[in-house]
Write a protein that binds this ligand. Structure first.
Ligand SMILES: *Cc1c(COP(=O)(O)O)cnc(C)c1O
Length: 446
């Protein structure tokens, strides 16, 4: 290696990860239990993780990486954050599950309601997929309508009706939806371009009285990071209200991420602009499997046992998951004036620092960022919707990803996934990341 900065020029040995991948491929399709983990979009072999602490991941061969995907969002406080670890240990000593009610569910619900006043009542589930799937069922029951409007590039989990033009993993693999989804189900989903209100008006005009709900990521993360245009969310609220359709804001990724009260707080979707239903996941479980759907009391009371909409879960409100979520949300609330400004400053430095290196190396790159979630799109020009994101040079992104991984920086392994950082990332990690990017772009030029 001909470089001035030897600390970031190592090539990692991944012999043991390679062997573990071979075994995994015997048992799991693609060797993985969730497709994007297989690194097919960027090439190269995925390292197997042994442990993680703060901002760092350590793989099975002892290599260390600065983590920029945070378990796809949940690890906002950093890995093995002591208050979270202690809460899980304490809960585990009292048994991992009861299948009966606990105080912890109410404790976490109180904190969620305090951060999200729009979530008057809620249900805990075990994944974001379950949360959005249940919210859709509720919206259909409440309105007596069947059609769901979603937006191209938005991902709301892998339920049948929501896999139409669903960004991230789906976009990465070039699958236009998924095999195995009946047309009869897919036909009830209208996928419209994001940030385009005229498309929404046209859909309501074409299907009068038939659209149950509009569901969206208030900041898209699953096509890469795409912020909502000025006034877009407020107008969607006004249109859905006028048309008697529900607005479901899917904050599984953005919840507690872009602000303590998520995008609902950041974009002031409060009072008469409040969404009917909100879905949460990822951060709300502190790294354990938790999803939430909630909103207006009268809607939520349609659920069994009070109402006719069935929804249930053996492990819903699991005490370990509740304890991890409660420790995470409590810390975020009590330290919000410290945590969120730190996330903003470090994310800005990392995202803009790398973008500046790209510019210096004449690599066309567009940076979209909202707080501590962002994407470097390998293309010139703005990215306001999935179509513009899809113009990115994914091969160039793949080379960048591999070059960064070889220098100990683990970016999300797809052009269409948002990068995150957490409270444990500091100036040292940012500087190392920018230095690695400088080398990666230089290597590409040579
Ligand atoms: C991750 C995600 C989901 C799905 O959550 P899972 O826990 O993976 O099922 C749904 N919506 C959004 C916006 C997400 O980012």
């Amino acid at each position: 290696m001909h470089s001035h900065d030897s600390s970031t020029t190592w090539r990692s040995n991944r012999t043991r990860s390679h062997a573990l991948q071979q075994r995994a491929e015997r048992f799991f399709p693609g060797g993985v239990n969730s497709p994007v983990r297989a690194f097919r979009a960027v090439g190269g072999a995925p390292p197997f993780i042994d442990r993680a602490e703060g901002a760092y991941l350590y793989d099975a061969d002892g290599n260390r990486y600065i983590d920029y995907f945070g378990s796809w969002g949940p690890m906002i406080l950093g890995h093995a954050f002591p208050p979270v670890v202690e809460a899980i240990e304490r809960a585990a000593r009292n048994s991992a599950s009861f299948g009966a009610s606990t105080a912890a569910e109410g404790d976490l619900a109180e904190r969620i309601n305090a951060c999200y006043p729009a979530v008057e009542k809620m249900r805990f589930v075990s994944s974001g997929t379950e949360a959005t799937m249940s919210a859709i069922r509720l919206a259909r029951a409440a309105t007596g309508r069947n059609i769901i409007v979603k937006f191209e590039g938005c991902y709301h989990g892998h339920a049948d009706g929501l896999l139409v033009k669903a960004g991230s993993g789906v976009a990465t693999f070039g699958i236009p939806g998924s095999a195995g989804v009946p047309e009869a189900v897919a036909h009830l989903t209208l996928a419209l371009p994001y940030n385009d209100l005229s498309a929404v008006e046209a859909a309501f005009a074409a299907h009068p009285g038939a659209i149950a709900a509009v569901i969206l990521e208030p900041v898209v993360g699953n096509a890469g990071c795409i912020p909502p245009a000025e006034g877009y969310l407020a107008r969607l609220r006004a249109i859905t209200r006028r048309e008697g359709a529900l607005l479901i804001v899917d904050e599984v990724m953005t919840g507690f991420r872009v602000a303590l009260g998520g995008a609902v707080q950041l974009y002031r979707l409060v009072a008469d602009r409040a969404p009917d239903l909100v879905t949460l996941g990822k951060i709300v479980g502190g790294g354990l499997p938790v999803g939430v759907f909630g909103g207006k009391r009268e809607l939520m009371d349609l659920l069994a046992p009070l109402g006719p909409v069935y929804q249930a879960g053996t492990l819903s409100g699991n005490p370990l998951a509740m304890s991890a979520g409660l420790a995470t949300i409590t810390y975020l609330e009590e330290n919000k004036d410290k945590v969120y400004p730190h996330l903003e400053a470090t994310a800005k430095a990392a995202a803009e620092g790398v973008a500046a290196e790209a510019e210096r190396a004449s690599v066309p790159l567009t940076l979209n960022r909202v707080g501590s979630m962002w994407t470097w799109f390998f293309k010139p020009g703005p990215v306001r919707n999935y179509g513009e994101a899809a113009e990115s040079d994914t091969a160039a992104f793949g080379r960048f990803h591999r070059a960064m991984l070889d220098r100990g920086v683990w970016l999300p392994p797809s052009q269409f996934e948002a990068a995150f950082l957490g409270f444990a990332h500091a100036d040292e990690e940012v500087q190392a990341t920018v230095a690695a990017a400088r080398q990666a772009f230089a290597e590409r030029a040579n």
